[in-house]
Design a protein around this ligand. Structure first.
Ligand code: NAP
Length: 644
């Protein structure tokens, strides 16, 4: 069948051999989907070239080598047709054709809701399907409703962009001197994203020319800076401005936000709606080791890297081997005379050969030249990572509770990952004993590796110390066995006070109730965003919205911002000053989330992680599918709120 409409210019001339080279390593499902629509030839979407849904997390979606060879032949033929004649692009409005391509790539039928979600994420025409389609003055021309956003990181910029699009007046208060949040603060050597960048980017500012699959911090910061500028958000940001106290005024039903200004003074800003976009990982955690202050040499946290300190020639201790630690340790190892790595709990690593690799020129050529391939490639990453790994994190109630795995899929994953680590450390048996975790995969964050971790630990100048830390002395770190490890500098890669959401801001709601006192150490929010008694307060990347096994957190923030704007619209439509989440809705939701988390590896396992609060409750993670969050946040249900 051939459906046609808009003419497509031919791709630049390269000979057939070059075309063969272009497709040699590229994942075929998104390429065939893009080519089918670019050529108008939907017969390219052959049933025998569909990925296997059960193996969708694999780079090629489980296609056999024969299928890949045939897929490449078909792709080269279609590329040659595009090169020689140009073709006819199937319009993105041809929903049956687009559905056919989506289902080909997914390897299975998708529901209408799922298709809608995917079309938004795919943004195949470049149309921004999540943009607000209303303006406040069209709803209530008499009223100006003002929004204050706290934080100009990844989520705060989305909020600014959507408010800008809707024409809602807003200001963003940012404690730092630049945008980027976590990507501004974390400047430690080796810092890079560990979600593929073609996916870890806004659906409304897609970029096809990422230089690497997993960009470095500098590249990401640059992306967020240019988004802030190009989207017109930067001019709304007040830098160097830190929120100290936000108080809901019961009389005016507005928020009064006390800030510290760049000069060190204080100012109060009044606003109708308060949006916290401070994230989960913005306040460094330095454990209170006895004697911590005694240490005589330089010491700093990974997120507060002291670039003045030259680690060359020094004996350095790095405490912590989480996502930050495993990125900076290989870099510090190259500089330091000697490096002691203090590990409390080993990590599971997903083998990822592309982790430090450039996107090859062949792939860049396809991304540049095949119409909409860049979007389909992004969508392929989204689909593979979306719910792909979630089943492996689910607890099987019939599975023996030995603490090592939570179900058959989880156990199979454990086997694969153990094999990887044992292979990496095959020539270092004393290390091998220390690096294989005893807890189930996905109970803590899965880290990526391309061999760098083992290479770093096996260096002559590096020593892995797995004994627990007893105290910090003037000259080093003393472990439980009483040994003092003398060092010149200490790097704390010890994570963040994640479960203390919104600290150190003080937030008081109706009747002056303090948010943190109200939470009693167990932060929670309806849909991660709203808390009863705190009207018109919305948290982005709030409680229980972190993802462990499925996808990019940017998707969640985009969903949350749409919901927040939906609530603003409700306020205008109902002529209400404020809306307050109903307690029964909040309680029922939290029960659901708690039950969901208990059924996941991270909730069932007793291993420590930043997903838990001090009492061991999961305060950070979303236990369900992305689709479910999208459905729940697509538009607010007025029945969930009391209007004031
Ligand atoms: P983290 O995952 O919480 O790791 C903290 C490390 O410090 C862990 O190894 C932890 O050991 C150790 N630690 C904490 N307290 C300790 C104590 N009292 N004694 C000894 N060791 C202690 O923090 P992170 O590495 O900064 O990463 C946090 C999150 O930030 C990540 O999970 C990820 O979401 C994000 N992140 C992402 C990237 C990326 O995209 N590339 C990079 C960095 C961070 P235990 O494991 O025993 O608790």
């Amino acid at each position: 069948m051939s459906v046609s409409s808009q003419a497509v210019a031919p791709v630049p001339f390269v000979d057939d051999d070059a075309l063969q080279a272009m497709v040699r390593r590229t994942p075929l499902p998104p390429l065939l989907a893009a080519l089918a629509l670019a050529t108008g030839d939907l017969s390219l979407l052959r049933a025998d070239l569909r990925p296997d849904p059960a193996q969708i997390t694999l780079v090629h979606g489980g296609l056999s080598s024969e299928q890949r060879a045939e897929g490449r032949r078909v792709a080269v033929e279609a590329l040659a047709r595009l090169r020689d004649h140009g073709e006819k692009l199937v319009p993105a409005t041809d929903t049956p054709a687009v559905r056919q391509a989506v289902e080909f790539m997914a390897g299975e039928a998708v529901s209408d809701d799922c298709l809608s979600l995917l079309l938004e994420e795919l943004a195949v025409t470049g149309d921004d399907l999540r943009a607000p389609d209303w303006r406040p003055d069209a709803i209530d021309p008499e009223r100006t409703l003002h929004v204050t956003v706290v934080g100009a990181g990844m989520s705060g910029l989305i909020a600014g962009h959507r408010l800008e699009q809707a024409g809602v007046p807003y200001v963003i208060l940012e404690k730092n001197d630049d945008v980027g949040g976590t990507w501004f603060e974390n400047q430690y050597p080796g810092c890079r994203v560990d979600v593929p960048n073609h996916l870890y980017s806004y659906s409304f500012v897609q970029r096809h020319d990422w230089p690497q699959h997993f960009s470095t911090q500098e590249v990401l910061l640059d992306y967020f800076r240019s988004c802030a500028e190009d989207l017109g958000v930067r001019r709304h940001i007040r830098f160097g401005t830190e929120v100290l106290h936000a108080a809901f005024d019961d009389d005016t039903r507005r928020w009064r936000v006390l800030v510290r200004t760049p000069g060190g003074g204080q100012e109060t800003i009044e606003t109708d709606v308060l949006v916290s976009a401070v994230g989960q990982l913005n306040r460094p955690n330095i454990p209170e080791f006895p004697g911590r202050e005694r240490f005589a040499g330089p010491r700093f946290h990974s997120a507060e890297w002291d670039h003045e300190v030259d680690l060359a020639g020094k004996r350095v201790a790095v405490i912590g081997t989480g996502a930050s630690g495993i990125q900076l340790i290989p870099e510090v190892a190259k500089q330091a005379d000697e490096l002691l790595v203090f590990q409390r709990t080993p990590n599971w690593f997903m083998p990822s050969p592309e982790y430090h690799a450039d996107v090859p020129e062949t792939a860049q050529w396809l991304l540049r030249n095949v119409p909409h391939y860049a979007q389909w490639y992004r969508f392929w990453l989204f689909w593979r990572l979306a719910e792909g790994a979630l089943p492996a994190a689910r607890v099987d109630p019939d599975w023996p509770a030995d603490g090592r795995s939570v179900g058959p899929l989880n156990d199979a994953l454990r086997g694969m990952l153990t094999g990887y680590l044992e292979g990496q450390f095959a020539d270092a048996p004393e290390l091998r004993e220390q690096v294989v975790p005893q807890y189930p995969p996905l109970a803590k964050r899965m880290l990526l590796d391309n061999g760098t971790w083992a290479s770093a630990l096996k260096r002559d100048n590096v020593r892995l110390v797995s004994d627990s830390i007893r105290e910090i002395t003037r000259h080093g770190v003393t472990t439980a066995d009483g040994h003092e490890h003398r060092v010149d500098a200490i790097v704390y890669a010890t994570g963040f006070r994640a479960s203390r959401f919104l600290t150190p801001m003080r937030v008081t709601g109706r009747g002056g109730v303090d948010l943190h006192a109200n939470w009693e150490g167990r932060p929670r929010a309806y849909l991660g965003m709203t808390v009863p008694g705190f009207p018109n307060l919305f948290c982005l990347y709030g409680p229980n919205t972190n993802l462990v096994a499925n996808g990019s957190i940017i998707f969640f923030s985009e969903c949350e911002v749409r919901y927040m704007l939906g609530c603003i619209r409700l306020l205008l439509e109902r002529r209400a000053r404020a809306l307050d989440c109903r307690r029964d809705v909040y309680d029922a939701y939290n029960q659901l989330v708690d039950e969901g988390n208990a059924r996941m590896a991270w909730g069932a396992s007793s291993v420590n992680s930043w997903y838990k609060n001090a009492d061991g409750h999961i305060t950070q993670n979303w236990p369900f599918t992305l689709l479910e969050f999208w459905q729940r946040t697509r538009s607010p249900n007025p029945m969930d709120f009391e209007f004031l």
